[in-house]
Design a binder for this molecule. Sequence first.
Ligand SMILES: CC(C)(COP(=O)(O)OP(=O)(O)OC[C@H]1O[C@@H](n2cnc3c(N)ncnc32)[C@H](O)[C@@H]1OP(=O)(O)O)[C@@H](O)C(=O)NCCC(=O)NCCS
Length: 230
Amino acid sequence: MESHQFIFRKYVPEDASRCTEITQSTWPVPDWVAVKAEKRMLIQSYVEISVENSNWAEVACESKGGKVIGMLYGEIRPGSKRSFAFTSLLTELSMFSRMMLTGSLKESGNRAMTFLRFILTEIKVALNNPRSDAYVDLFLVDPEYKGKGAGKGLMDRFVKDAIMQGATSISLYTENTGSNWRFYEKYGFKKVNTFKDNGTSFYYNKKVTGMIYHLNLKDTVQKDTFSTQD
Ligand SMILES: CC(C)(COP(=O)(O)OP(=O)(O)OC[C@H]1O[C@@H](n2cnc3c(N)ncnc32)[C@H](O)[C@@H]1OP(=O)(O)O)[C@@H](O)C(=O)NCCC(=O)NCCS
C-alpha cells in the first residue's frame, strides 16, 4: 500500500479543532449525554487531555492543502515500569471532572452511574494491561480518508520512534464497536485480553467488549508492507 498522498508532522495546538472534528465524526456523543452545543466541547476536552497526557503526537495531512486527516497520540517511555493504564485513568478522571464542572451529562443520576462504570472499565484495563514502555492513547483517521494508508503511515512512525528510543513493546486498548482491531492484527499486534467494557456499553446502550493489544518490538522489523500472517 502507498501512503504518498499524505504528509506527516508533529501535532501543534492549532490542530486541536480538526482533531476534535475527526474524533466527533468517529465517536458521536449520544443525545442522553449532552445537549448539542456541549457535545463538541466534551470531545474537544477529551482530545486536549489525551494530547496533554502523551509525549508523542503526530498528525497526517493531505499533501495538497495540508488538511489534517488523522492523528496518533502516544507515549514512549523506555524502561518505564509503570502500567500505562494510569494515563487512561487520568484521562477519564479529567474528563469527568470537566463534565461535572460544566454540568454536561444531563441527568445527575446518569452522571454518577456513568462515572462509576467508566472507572470500573479503567480498573479492568489496569488489571489486564501488560507492562509495556510505549502506549497508543488516541489513534484516528477521518472516516472519509480511511483505508488509504494514513493509519499505517502514522503507526509506522510511532513504532520507528519507539524502537529508536529503545522501547521494547507497545500496548493499547480498543473496543469491538468497529472493525479497527483488524488493523492492529494486520499490523502484528497480538490480542492479550478481552473483557466487558462497562463504561462504553452503558454510554452506547449495547454490549461492548474491550480488548488489549500488545506489540513486541524486539520481534518487529520495520517494513514497508504489512506482514502476511493473517
Ligand atoms: C484504525 C484506523 C486508525 C486505521 O487507519 P486507516 O488509515 O484506515 O488504515 P490504513 O489505510 O493505513 O490500513 C492499513 C491496512 O489495514 C487494513 N485495515 C485498516 N482498517 C481496517 C478495518 N477496519 N478492517 C479491516 N482492515 C483494515 C487496511 O485494509 C490496510 O490493509 P492493506 O495494507 O492490505 O490494504 C482507522 O480505521 C480508524 O480511525 N478507525 C476508527 C477509530 C478507531 O477505532 N481507532 C482506534 C482507537 S484505539
